[in-house]
Structures are given as structure tokens and as C-alpha cells.
Write a protein that binds this ligand. Structure first.
Ligand SMILES: [Zn+2]
Length: 331
């Protein structure tokens, strides 16, 4: 019996992903002007840009789910040296008309203890904010787990939360173990480890399930969470770079070659997503049909993508989200 030898991953051109509009009790029935859609029957709270169930919208794999494409072409999507398979990142827009639950996510170690592939570290890029908008990010200094437990029971947990004012352009890091809640008044682009594991601590009396014991197990009293200063560079602004993801604002005056999108510190082949926070773009390459990137749309740039050019069709604010791997798991 012969063993098949790994071959080079086949070329996979960039493709557009169809966003999924996900109902949430705390969302909006009308997402205009962010998304030009008629009023919804149910409130929409999240727009999943890269979820496992999102469909590929263009190219030879159109109609497949992202999960199916990751399963069928892991090396083309992630690069041959990726230390894991499956979609590593979930990117969403969050539209909160009410406060979200107070929640916490486990780290990788705790998630695996309970049979999940990974924990959830996330970050929030503020795309717009009302004056005075705030979010809850971490516990106030000196708060103990007992105090958190009492606050959950008495409905006074908010008194223990550290509140952070947010303005347009702010990037907030929320590492696993941070007690947090998104509040109304800010429109958020959320990048996170692709994990379902949310432990709800307190939900303002809404009838959704709580996970109090696991949330307390996951909670760390002090974490690295908070506002991250943007790092402007010669050819990009790094909004955040962590063990799991990097999020960058990429200026495109006229057009820009794909070879200049990748940061020098990244693997030569790496998965990234391109999101038009404002304006529109066209992606043009010799090996595929030109692709339109509409406002608030998202493209996947697989690790095995051929070269291409990004053209600014006007007002483009391009956000690039690239995969990072925890240091110990890098190939
Ligand atoms: Zn969260």
C-alpha cells in the first residue's frame, strides 16, 4: 500500500462571502444605512461575515458553505504550514439596540476540557459610536469572584464591571476570561476565534439560558483586555496583532498589489479577509473574473491565492483581518 505524499495546495482565487443576517433579541429591525435591506421581520443583531454556515458567493465553489470549503481544501485556505484545520476566525458586525448579556469565554485550555476545539479571544473595532457610548470590559479592580456571584444573584453585577468609553476608530481587545458586555450606542466589527462557547453570566431578566458556574470558572479577575492604541506604519495601520489574529487598516490610493497586503512578519502563505468598512473596491487578477467588494462586504483571500490588485472604487476604507497562530502552535 502506498502512502500519498502531500502535494502543493492548489491555487484558490479570492472569493466573496455572502453575509448571514442573524436574529438576536437585542438587535435592530432596520440595518440601514449599514446594509441596504428592507425592514426585517425579526430584529437582527449580528451580521456574520465569515461564519461556518456563510456561503461562498463567487468563483468555482459558489454555493458551498465556508465550513465545507475549509474541510475540502485546508491547505489552499490556510497554507500548508498551518498547525490546525477548520476556519480559525469568525468576523461579525454587531448591531446592539439593547445591552447584550454579560458574558465570558473560556481560553483554549478550558474549552478543550469541555470538548470544544478552541476558546475565544476577541476584539472589537468601533465603526461608529454615539456620544457617551460605553462598553463593559473586565472587572473593576478589587472585585472578587464571590462579589461577582453575589452580583449575579442580586442583579447588581453591573456595579462590578469596568466601563470603557468608546469612540469611532477604537480597537478593544477582549481576551478569553474577560467578563464583558457590548452595550448600545456603538457599531462593532468583531473578530474572534471561531468558537461557539459563550458563558452567559447575567441577561437582564431575559429568558435565555445562563451558565453561571462555567462562567465563574472561565473568569479571570485581571486580563489583558482594554483599548489598544493603533500603530500607524509606512504602508498600513495595525489596529491589533494578537496570538490569534491581526486587524489592519490598509490605505489604497488608486490601486495596490496583493503582494503589498501581507505584513512582513506573516507566513508567506496565510489566510486573510478583506472588509470594506466604507466605500467599494474591485479585485482584479489574471487568473479569475474581477470581483466586486461592496460596502460592508467581505472577501476571503486564501493562502494559495494568485496575485491580484485591489482597486479603490471610491471612499474605500479597507480592513484586512489575517490569521495568526498561538506561538507554541506555529509550524
Ligand atoms: Zn463575547
Amino acid at each position: 500500500m502506498s502512502h500519498s505524499t502531500p502535494s502543493a495546495p492548489s491555487i484558490l482565487a479570492p472569493f466573496r462571502i455572502q453575509p448571514r443576517f442573524v436574529p438576536r433579541v437585542w438587535g435592530f429591525r432596520d440595518l440601514r444605512p449599514w446594509y441596504d435591506r428592507p425592514e426585517e421581520t425579526e430584529p437582527i443583531g449580528e451580521v456574520w461575515l465569515t461564519g461556518d454556515d456563510c456561503l461562498v458567493e463567487t468563483g468555482p465553489h459558489a454555493g458551498q458553505s465556508l465550513a465545507a470549503l475549509f474541510a475540502a481544501s485546508p491547505a489552499s485556505m490556510l497554507g500548508p504550514a498551518a498547525p490546525a484545520t477548520g476556519s480559525p476566525l469568525l468576523v461579525k458586525m454587531i448591531f446592539a439596540r439593547e445591552k447584550l448579556s454579560v458574558q465570558v469565554h473560556p481560553d483554549d485550555t478550558m474549552a478543550r476540557k469541555y470538548g470544544q476545539p478552541r476558546g475565544k479571544t476577541e476584539c472589537w473595532y468601533t465603526m461608529a459610536a454615539d456620544p457617551g457610548a460605553r462598553i463593559a470590559c473586565g472587572l473593576k479592580p478589587g472585585v472578587t469572584l464571590d462579589r461577582v456571584r453575589e452580583g449575579i444573584a442580586a442583579g447588581t453585577l453591573e456595579e462590578s464591571l469596568a466601563l470603557l468609553p468608546v469612540e469611532k476608530g477604537d480597537m478593544i481587545y477582549v481576551d478569553a476570561g474577560t467578563v464583558h458586555a457590548i452595550w448600545p450606542g456603538a457599531i462593532i466589527l468583531e473578530t474572534q476565534q471561531n468558537s461557539d462557547v459563550t458563558y452567559r453570566m447575567y441577561d437582564y431578566g431575559r429568558p435565555r439560558e445562563l451558565h453561571i458556574e462555567k462562567s465563574l470558572e472561565a473568569t479571570r479577575l485581571q486580563t489583558g483586555a482594554g483599548k489598544m492604541p493603533a500603530r500607524p506604519g509606512a504602508d498600513r495601520t495595525i489596529l491589533i496583532a494578537t496570538d490569534y489574529f491581526r486587524v489592519e487598516q490598509i490605505p489604497v490610493s488608486g490601486s495596490r498589489a496583493s503582494s503589498s497586503l501581507r505584513d512582513g512578519t506573516e507566513p508567506a502563505q496565510n489566510l486573510a479577509y478583506l472588509f470594506a468598512a466604507a466605500g467599494q473596491a474591485r479585485i482584479v487578477g489574471p487568473d479569475f473574473e474581477p470581483l466586486h467588494l461592496p460596502q460592508r462586504g467581505v472577501l476571503a483571500v486564501p493562502a494559495a491565492s494568485p496575485a491580484f490588485t485591489v482597486e479603490n472604487l471610491g471612499g474605500l476604507d479597507l480592513i484586512r483581518i489575517a490569521v495568526n497562530w498561538p506561538a507554541g502552535r506555529r509550524a
